[in-house]
Design a protein around this ligand. Structure first.
Ligand SMILES: Nc1ncnc2c1ncn2[C@@H]1O[C@H](COP(=O)(O)OP(=O)(O)O)[C@@H](O)[C@H]1O
Ligand SMILES: [Mg+2]
Length: 242
């Protein structure tokens, strides 16, 4: 069992952004991808999830032996993959509760009892320090940066995927929000779930301890090591890797 990114070549408008990138994430593992702006971290996340702007020309995305490379985002979700986006879209007209309910039903093929669903939603919202009135707001519409990030973690906790890729879930959060988001990620993480955290900073890693840290520069993973690599980057920056 694992999420395998195999020899991926990813392009946008025929321009190759990522070439020959491979990464394997096993349940129980936390991987962190760090790298300077523009190195292709969001491109990787978006392409893996099937954003139409990004083309996977070569390589495979395999979720627990299931080749989902060419599958639609909802099929990928059914296979157990979750993605948070660095820039979450606003969906006016669709409430947070409705969005999560439909997404959960699509993923699990089971229609949970609405009462149980709302009870669980409320419980998770409390855990994330969210006012329950948020459930009836339109998804991301008028949300602050921190509110969007908490909503992502709420989706993660409700959808319970096997593998999640979180793109800069920590950006723009104040210390309290960061702690809560960190706790939310830890609540999701278990020996049965694998995580890829994409981040600029070490801050989130005070809460979520990684097993592997990868440095991505110009569309390639140029170094992989343990959590001490994140500390090294914090101290010395990326200069010596460029
Ligand atoms: N939608 C897009 N259209 C054109 N170029 C893009 C698009 N998204 C990303 N790029 C380019 O791909 C490269 C990698 O960007 P990105 O994946 O956002 O980097 P990161 O997330 O590491 O900061 C950059 O050169 C960026 O300009
Ligand atoms: Mg990015």
């Amino acid at each position: 069992m694992s999420l395998e990114l195999k020899n991926l070549q990813i392009s946008i408008d025929n321009k190759i952004i990522i070439d020959d990138l491979s990464l394997t994430v096993k349940p129980g593992e936390v991987h962190v991808i760090m790298g300077p702006n523009g190195s292709g971290k969001s491109t990787l996340a978006n392409a893996v999830f099937g954003h139409p702007k990004y083309t996977i020309g070569v390589g495979k995305v395999i979720v627990d032996k299931n080749d989902v490379t060419k599958k639609s985002p909802d099929k990928k979700a059914q296979a157990g993959l979750f993605l948070s986006m660095q820039y979450a879209p606003e969906i006016p007209g669709v409430t947070v509760a409705h969005f999560i309910r439909v997404a959960t039903a699509a993923m699990t093929h089971e229609n949970k009892n609405p009462f149980e669903f709302h009870e669980e939603l409320k419980k998770m919202m409390k855990q994330l320090g969210m006012d329950t009135s948020f459930a009836t707001r339109y998804l991301n519409t008028g949300f602050s940066g921190g509110e969007k990030k908490r909503t992502e973690i709420l989706q993660l906790l409700m959808l319970k995927p096997t593998y999640a890729i979180l793109d800069e879930t920590d950006s723009g959060l104040d210390v309290d929000a960061l702690r809560i988001v960190g706790a939310g990620i830890n609540a999701f993480h278990s020996s049965k779930t694998g995580l890829i955290l994409i981040t600029h900073y070490n801050r989130l890693l005070e809460y979520v301890v990684p097993d592997f840290v990868h440095i991505m520069v110009k569309g390639k993973i140029i170094k992989s090591s343990g959590k001490e690599l994140a500390k090294e980057i914090e101290k010395e920056g990326y200069k010596k890797f460029l």
